[in-house]
Unconditional design. Structure first.
Length: 487
């Protein structure tokens, strides 16, 4: 039987030396201490966590964070693991210090603390004329009476508008990102949606049902989700939700008259990989698809309500009476972020919106201002950093028309659209809130919403992983088809 004797230079007698009889060899066996187990476990967890981030990124089609996560998975756990494996004077003290610093820092990051109160954005004092939107101005045709009348009334907009008219134009075959197949898909989508604008309103059934307001509210919420909506919200329709004057198509110049009491807002999800292709054509393909989807949901639900015996109208692309982001915000679907878009809790700005207004009695939920979204936008500024036309402001919100907000430059933004031929979407694609709704990103969003210190660190972590100015994703394989121009 081998004899066992205490080893020399061991840590408090923890190291034992086993002498093999007749073999002349000694086998050094270390007693495992608690700190070693904790360090090895921590290192393994760090490795597994970073590896999970890498795998998640690969599934999303994001190669840069995939590679960075793999490198981090090798480097970051190494000091922790080595400290748990090596033996040297003071190792145990160093181990406890490192273990305490790591988990203590992590605990501080996720504490549900609020750094500083953020004021709510407020309500607009004055209503808005749709004729002043950039899309209405883009519809104006040279040499027409309508164009002359508009710039006589708004001469300050003429110079900026002439700049986007000098570019090839949205979906132009002469634009920088021209793609005949992709642009044909987009035009087909908008052509289909154009036909829906004639059935946004209609006759109301003479037989009126009398559903209980709370029950029909929940029924419509679930119906919207069943039809493909990502989220559905309800609010009382207020004057500031409505345009004063219409600015599109045959309704141009007509006064908005809408006496409905309630509004229902719907969002539909835009595909992450298509959106992240911006300013390449994939993003405008996705835009057209989701505008059509949102329109289909709104038109169908408005018709459903009219069949119950109540007036209802769908508000869809190019046929709005309402400012959809404001309605959606007040319906509890999100906040208005730095880029001027609705920031939803799970998808960020990666949505399209439609609205139904109605006289059907509903039970709207009161809006709960989510200051965490505004606070992250204050710190992040990633959308402003990547914006090709520098149309998104940096810094804090400013007051305009009674509302604290970031005001983008619509003229320079749309001019860039007309140059590249697509709706760009660079800001939407790189927003930290826009990442796919996976368990990993859901955890990050939860911490951003509840932990003030983590909220301040999150933009830095996103930059570290994805880059401060991540490039667009490549088109999917099925999109990579080239065609001639024909004869």
């Amino acid at each position: 039987m081998p004899g066992v004797v205490p080893g020399r230079g061991d840590r408090s007698g923890s190291r034992l030396v086993a002498a093999g009889v007749g073999s002349g060899c000694q086998l050094v066996i270390s007693e495992v201490h608690a700190v070693d187990v904790l360090l090895l476990t921590t290192g393994a967890l760090v490795f597994a966590g970073l590896l999970a981030v890498g795998i998640s990124s690969l599934i999303e089609g994001e190669k840069v964070p995939f590679h960075r996560s793999l490198i981090a998975a090798v480097i970051f756990p190494l000091p922790i693991l080595l400290l748990g494996l090596l033996d040297f004077p003071g190792q145990r003290i160093a181990g406890w210090v490192l273990f305490g610093l790591f988990w203590g820092s992590l605990l501080v990051l996720v504490l549900p603390v609020r750094i500083a109160p953020t004021p709510a954005d407020g309500e607009p004092k004055n209503r808005f004329d749709e004729r002043d939107t950039i899309f209405s101005r883009a519809d104006l045709q040279s040499g027409t009476k309508r164009l002359q009348e508009y710039y006589k009334r708004r001469p300050q907009n003429l110079e900026a508008d002439e700049r986007f008219r000098a570019e090839p134009g949205l979906l132009s075959p002469e634009s920088r990102e021209a793609d005949r197949l992709a642009f044909a898909v987009v035009e087909a989508g908008f052509f289909t949606e154009e036909h829906l604008r004639f059935i946004t309103d209609g006759a109301v059934s003479t037989e009126r049902l009398d559903p209980e307001p709370q029950e029909i509210t929940e029924y419509i919420r679930e119906l919207g989700r069943y039809l493909g909506a990502h989220s559905v919200g309800f609010t009382e329709l207020r004057p500031e939700h409505l345009y004063t004057i219409r600015g599109r198509r045959e309704w141009y110049g007509k006064t908005v008259k809408n006496d409905h009491r309630y509004a229902i807002a719907f969002t539909v999800e835009m595909d992450y990989r298509m959106t992240r292709q911006g300013p390449r054509p994939g993003t405008v393909m996705e835009t057209a698809k989701r505008y059509l989807q949102a329109a289909e949901i709104a038109v169908q639900i408005a018709d459903f309500i009219r069949r119950l015996g109540y007036s209802a109208r769908a508000h869809i692309s190019s046929h709005y009476e309402v400012i959809c982001p404001l309605v959606a915000r007040d319906a509890g679907l999100g906040e208005i972020g730095r880029m001027g878009l609705l920031m939803t809790p799970r998808l960020g700005p990666r949505v399209r919106i439609s609205v139904v207004t109605t006289e059907l009695p509903l039970v709207p939920q009161p809006r709960k201002f989510d200051s965490s979204v505004i606070e992250l936008c204050e710190i992040c500024e990633k959308c402003a950093a990547v914006c090709p036309s520098q149309s998104i402001p940096r810094g804090s919100r400013t007051e305009e028309n009674g509302v604290l907000r970031w005001k983008i430059n619509p003229e320079s933004c749309y001019t860039y659209w007309c140059k590249v031929g697509t709706d760009c979407s660079r800001c939407m694609g790189v927003c930290p809130y826009s990442h796919p709704d996976t368990p990993l990103h859901a955890l990050v969003r939860y911490l951003v919403g509840h932990a003030g210190i983590f909220r301040r660190v999150a933009p830095f972590l996103d930059d570290l992983l994805y880059g401060r100015k991540p490039g667009p994703l490549e088109p999917l394989d099925w999109q990579k088809v080239s065609v001639g121009t024909g004869v």
